[in-house]
Write a new protein. Structure first.
Ligand code: GUN
Length: 313
């Protein structure tokens, strides 16, 4: 039986609508949440992401501003910009788009963002809050993964969850959120012995590796829920054939565009999984929705208003 497709566009739209109504109420009470996005240089992928973040802010009624310093900016000049944003009361959220150019000390920049305005949840203070279950700001993609699971009524407590990938941005915080929600969590990576065997333990399998279609059917427990965080550009025809032979729609678009986007999960997994997020249209839309939610959350937290315990606004 084919897996249920978990529709990230629909869940993302639901969350953005909830955020919009919160923003409306806050704005009427004289507190309009504000987001500052910093985009250094002109990385094409970053430009697309930032455009989406600014557009979504406008749609939900969040005040937003974009700062675009040049590619050759010094660490100190970027720190000065962040410090200025930290000081400004109408700015509740600060997001420095990654990657930063090599001459910039990225860790220093992220450490300088006021933890109360750190809507990416990357500051070590927020990492510590997450690890010790205190209210703080949680990284957007992991928070979005939890929303997909909860809003799709996928059980988490007492389930085996396997996270493939140990990045600071996705793998580690996702494992922490699942642990906090009472799953039994295994984090695995490229050095894990018998990776397919470990993955097959997962009632929930999170793929956040960054390798096109690496998770094949032999990694998957029949009926498991699969969350595919990957977003890989495939241009090699042999690799394309391994993933999409017999899929006329993809073949047509690969022929015309010369590339296709694929997650970390091979399409054949849909034949064994119970539920699965598509790429595109799965986790991606949740990342921006949770950034909006985090900006509202930051606006409340900063003013000492109580916020719900987990990832909700
Ligand atoms: N670049 C890729 N993903 C992200 C993200 O979640 N936040 C930021 N700031 N930059 C990114």
């Amino acid at each position: 039986m084919a897996a249920i497709v978990l529709d990230g566009n629909k869940i993302g739209a639901e969350i953005r609508a909830e955020v919009a109504s919160e923003v409306k109420a806050m704005t009427a009470a004289g507190i309009r949440p504000g987001l500052a996005v910093v985009l250094v240089g002109n990385n094409p992928a970053s430009e697309i992401y930032v455009r989406g973040k600014v557009k979504s802010s406008e749609e939900v009624g969040i005040y937003s501003e974009k700062h675009t310093p040049p590619d050759n900016i010094s660490t100190q000049a970027l720190l000065d910009l962040v410090i200025d944003l930290n000081r400004r009361d109408e700015i509740d959220g600060i997001l420095v788009q990654l990657p930063l150019p090599p001459q910039v000390d990225a860790k220093k920049v992220l450490m300088t963002v006021d933890p109360a305005k750190d809507v990416d949840g990357f500051h070590p203070v927020n990492v510590g809050f997450l690890s010790t279950q205190r209210p703080g700001l949680v990284p957007c993609t992991p928070a979005g993964i939890m929303e997909i699971l909860k809003r799709s009524n996928i059980p988490i407590a007492s389930q085996e969850a396997v996270v493939v990938g140990r990045s600071d941005i996705v793998g580690k915080p996702t494992a922490m959120l699942l642990t906090n929600a009472n799953a039994t969590v295994t984090i695995c990576h490229s050095k894990t012995r018998d990776l397919p065997g470990v993955c097959r333990r997962g009632d929930i399998l999170i793929a956040a590796i960054g390798r096109a279609g690496m998770i094949t059917r032999d990694f998957v427990k029949p009926g498991a829920t699969i969350i595919d965080v990957g977003m890989n550009r495939v241009t090699d025809p042999a690799e394309f054939a391994r993933l999409f032979t017999g899929n006329p729609k993809r073949e047509e678009s690969f022929r015309t565009k010369g590339f296709t986007l694929v997650g970390d999960v091979h399409p054949e997994v849909a034949e064994v999984a119970g539920a699965i997020t598509p790429v595109p249209g799965g986790v991606g839309p949740l990342t921006i929705a949770m950034l909006m939610a985090n900006t509202v959350r930051a606006a409340k937290l900063r003013r000492g208003n109580p916020v719900p315990e987990l990832s909700r606004v």
